[in-house]
Design a protein around this ligand. Structure first.
Ligand code: LLP
Length: 439
């Protein structure tokens, strides 16, 4: 078992996060409950940012808010001086509502609508990451109609895909994202962008995957991009000011995962970019990165109350909790693995192996298979670790289960930052077809 951030076990044998007893939190806010260790988020943010600062490299660390986007989280990102990556009008709206400085917002997405692009331009978003020819034309048209100039990065696919532990080099990149670097599309896009009087092309962007444990893929991507940039410098007298190498830095969900430190990712990426810039006698670009999971993943813990059991003799024991794929769809969707403890009996030795079932009407709604635990009864509190990324942000109302609240904890204080959804909330958008409805 591996504790994260400020986690410890207190004198009552209860799991503590951010100086708060999780059993008390479960009592106060109910379960399921997402708890975020704010000090750990700050620590992770500083791990990335301070490495660039220490090495004197011009950089932007943009939090990929798709991992967990709420007003409080965006405000925390602002407090830490990071930039913000948004991928939809909704994430942009959240950022603006949190009063995040728009010039530090980067807008992503492979099918941004006219309304979303106009919203970004009207609000002074700092950079649009242009994904395809359709968007390039649409953007220019909107800029013209609003008489607003904009800064962009061109998203390119360098032909490298990271599959967590290994990398495949694909010739003709088969991806819905970005301009292909090899087949000439990226160069055509660059020419179009350079010809536009509305668009300032800051540079290039690529993202090779997610939950990556080393720097091999980032280094390969940087090499491929520099090869082209050197070619384009000759042909188009263009040198990018910015190279954005995306996100994807891995975290430790279970003992099988072995990611490197943020500082090591950053140092090795900087080393390679410097080497390439020198090799091709090009200017050192600003380096931008977009960590999502690695900023919030292991800072999040979900607390559940245990409930029914089903024992299948000689096969398996199921222990059900009061949430499931509605608050964490990752096990069902990606076979994601998690670790967990009984928060109210954190020092007790494991006595049995149980599989943790959710409460949704679907056999695939299993959170953890074969977890060693003390014998859990009704009303124990199960704490599932590392649910901070893509947990709340992918939560849903399957079976009309209300989404859990989110609590931030830091230095012995807790703050509710997202309220629990109510049954009334579930009906908020429903409209009746006759008069028979109770208020
Ligand atoms: N930048 C771009 C362009 C991305 O597409 C992503 C993630 C990120 C940054 C942040 O990646 P991260 O640092 O969080 O790995 N729902 C999946 C993950 C989808 C990631 C999509 N793109 C999951 O739960 O594992």
């Amino acid at each position: 078992m591996f504790f994260h951030g400020t986690m410890k076990v207190n004198e009552k044998g209860h799991l503590e996060v951010g100086g708060m007893d999780t059993v008390d939190l479960a009592g106060q806010f109910g379960t399921p409950l997402y708890v975020y260790d704010v000090a750990l988020i700050r620590d992770r943010a500083r791990g990335f940012k301070q490495t660039f600062d220490k090495l004197g490299i011009e950089a932007q660390v943009a939090y990929a808010s798709k991992a967990f986007s709420t007003v409080a989280m965006v405000q925390l990102v602002d407090e830490e001086g990071l930039s913000l990556d948004v991928v939809s009008g909704g994430e942009l709206y959240t950022a603006l509502a949190a009063d995040f400085p728009p010039e530090r917002i980067h807008f992503h997405g492979n099918n941004k609508s006219r309304e979303e692009l106009a919203m970004a331009l009207k609000n002074g978003v700092g950079c649009i990451v242009v994904d395809n020819f359709y968007e390039l034309e649409l953007l220019e048209e909107i800029c013209e109609s609003l008489a607003a100039k904009t800064k962009i990065l061109l998203r390119v696919t360098p032909g490298i895909e990271a599959h967590t532990h290994d990398y495949i080099l694909t010739g003709q990149e088969d991806s819905k994202f970005g301009f292909d670097l090899q087949n000439g599309q990226a160069e055509t896009a660059l020419q179009k962008a350079l010809n536009s009087s509305w668009i300032e092309t800051l540079g290039l962007h690529c993202h090779i995957g997610s939950q990556i444990f080393d720097t091999t893929g980032f280094i390969l991507a940087a090499k491929k991009i520099f090869e082209k940039m050197a070619e384009w410098k000759e042909k188009h007298a263009y040198e990018p000011k910015v190279l954005n190498l995306g996100g994807g830095f891995g975290i430790r969900y279970t003992e099988d995962d072995d990611p490197i430190q943020a500082s090591q990712y950053v140092e090795e990426i900087i080393g390679e970019v410097k080497k390439q810039a020198e090799h091709y006698s090009m200017n050192m670009p600003e380096i931008w990165i977009e960590p999502g999971r690695s900023l919030v993943g292991d800072a999040g813990t979900t607390l559940y109350q245990t409930g029914s059991r089903k024992e299948v003799p000689n096969v398996r024991n199921y222990l059900a909790v009061d949430g499931g794929m509605s608050d964490n769809i990752r096990p069902a969707l990606y076979q994601a693995k998690y670790e967990a403890v009984l928060a109210n009996r954190a020092l007790d030795k494991p006595e049995e192996t149980v599989s943790i079932a959710g409460k949704c009407c679907e056999s695939g709604d299993m959170l953890i298979w074969d977890l060693p635990l003390p014998k859990a009864g009704e009303k124990d509190i199960l704490a599932v670790f590392c649910t901070g990324a893509y947990g709340y942000s992918m939560a849903n109302n399957y079976n009309r289960i209300p989404r859990p609240p989110v609590v931030f904890v830091e230095n012995g204080e807790s703050k509710l930052v997202v309220k629990r959804e109510t049954y009334e909330d579930l009906l908020r958008l429903d409209l009746p077809i006759n008069e028979k409805i109770k208020n």
